[in-house]
Design a protein around this ligand. Sequence first.
Ligand code: GLC
Length: 594
Amino acid sequence: MPLVSALGSIEPSSRDPDKSEAGVDTIEEAWRNLSLGGEKSFGKVLSEMAEDSDSLSGEMNTSSLTSKDFAGAENTETEVIGKNEGGGGKATSVLKPSPSLGINMDTLSEAPTGGSENSSPGNMMEEAWELLARAYVNFKGQRVGALAAINDESGGETLNYNQVFVRDFVPCGLACLMKTDPDVDIVKNFLLKTLHLQGWEKRIDNFTLGEGVMPASFKVGHDPERQKEILQADFGGTAIGRVAPVDSGFWWIILLRSYTKCTHDYSLSELPEVQRGMKLVLNLCLSDGFDTFPTLLCADGCSMIDRRMGMYGYPIEIQALFFFALRCARQMLKPEHDGKELIERIDKRITALSYHIRNYYWLDFTQLNNIYRYKTEEYSHTAVNKFNVIPESIPDWVFEFMPLRGGYFIGNVSPARMDFRWFLVGNCIAILSSLATPAQATAIMDLIEERWEELIGEMPLKVAYPALEGHEWRIVTGCDPKNTRWSYHNGGSWPVLLWLLTAASIKTGRPQIAKRAIELVEQRLAKDGWPEYYDGISGRYVGKQARKHQTWSITGYLVAKLMIENPSNLLLISLEEDKKIAKPKLTRSTSWTC
Ligand code: GLC
């Protein structure tokens, strides 16, 4: 099977919009440009795997990987045991301590606060799988998801960590799909159960939510009268701030595509109710309105960052997920009935959205300098400063933060407002969905390397950078005591994000970035009891209110390891560039005429 179709398609090639020559241009070329050393390049291994026509059914031969294939990372020795040796996705890696840590490792291992005593990478993988098995949630005898956190040791208040969160389940589902013997049933059950919940009438006070809204979370309850298990779902009505989760529906579509790519079981995505579920999600986003931008207008707190954090408007996190979901749905929607018209709307939106984000959200040294010199109050089509951004509103930190090499998509763009903060999810999803052009994807990884201390520090990874402090924190978060500076969503470090960084690193041909981050995680995460997040400028402290044994901290690590040890797993969560989408003209002044 040629590399290009193995990389790009989840359906037979004649039906596959993702089948373009782009696959060769991006992933393979990126690998070729790497000088990883060793007998065989990492890229060669990847392409050999993709050429294996069985590779998408999880039957690839991982035993061909040797430490030499990973020779790109200094100070790293990796021993990968293939499925026939290790089995069960429990490959063993031996990674040397990172010299960057600067702490005596022995001291750390003496102080496990409720965490595991023995956290070598191999043991960590085993421990992670065991903990995950304890997180599974059953409904009527079937596993339908995983709890957000396993043991809520914090006592006191009852939080909602005993629920199955849709977004939290994504790395769990991916781990199940990527392991050597894929565990596909739980993913299918989860997709069908959440679809069923979407069908509920959703009311908050007297107001009815859109039909397509997917739950943020659900839990299994007990009906004492009928003596049976029931599902209880939250669509934002019981969440902090009462905001519906815009990301849930997008993640659901993305996971459905991963499931289909892994199993080749098209019967699920082709079910009329599944087709309808996808359409309902997309109808929420594609309806005509007052919009002058192709981006999606959102309330604050509608995604992973689910508290007030100044992300209202057009946050990059939602825009990138929106783009990703549009492209996944485009592959799975059938043209029958009203499908054709919807597909046309999707195509138009993909084009407009990518143009808008690639041009107006992109910031690098040159672009920052352009914005710094913007004229204001420009009217008409010839305006260069289209959103009338006042240069004085550029925060001081960004001038220091911006390296000469690298760039990123900023957090938000709306009239007279650019939120220059860095958000990890939006930037990595932009890479995985190919919303970022290959040049932009490379620049994002360059920035991560250049700003390692700020974005990775001692524990991967900052969800947002920098933190809001003082007056700004008061105004923007409403004095949120959970989101104080360098904590939680406000500059805290989230181990779950490791899987996104790893996927983006492999896709851009830079696995050594992921390997460095994985080493850091391996030094502390299990010993610390798999916390939800870390606090501090460099992420050194276990988060103030972090749960222990947080499921997505566990599965984020598993997915990262499953991908770095078997890079073809990336194919389950990455889309190749769509060559039909026009390339951006990064010079702002000429963008109107192109
Ligand atoms: C917190 C996080 C949210 C996550 C939930 C369950 O509310 O902000 O992103 O989904 O916990 O882990």
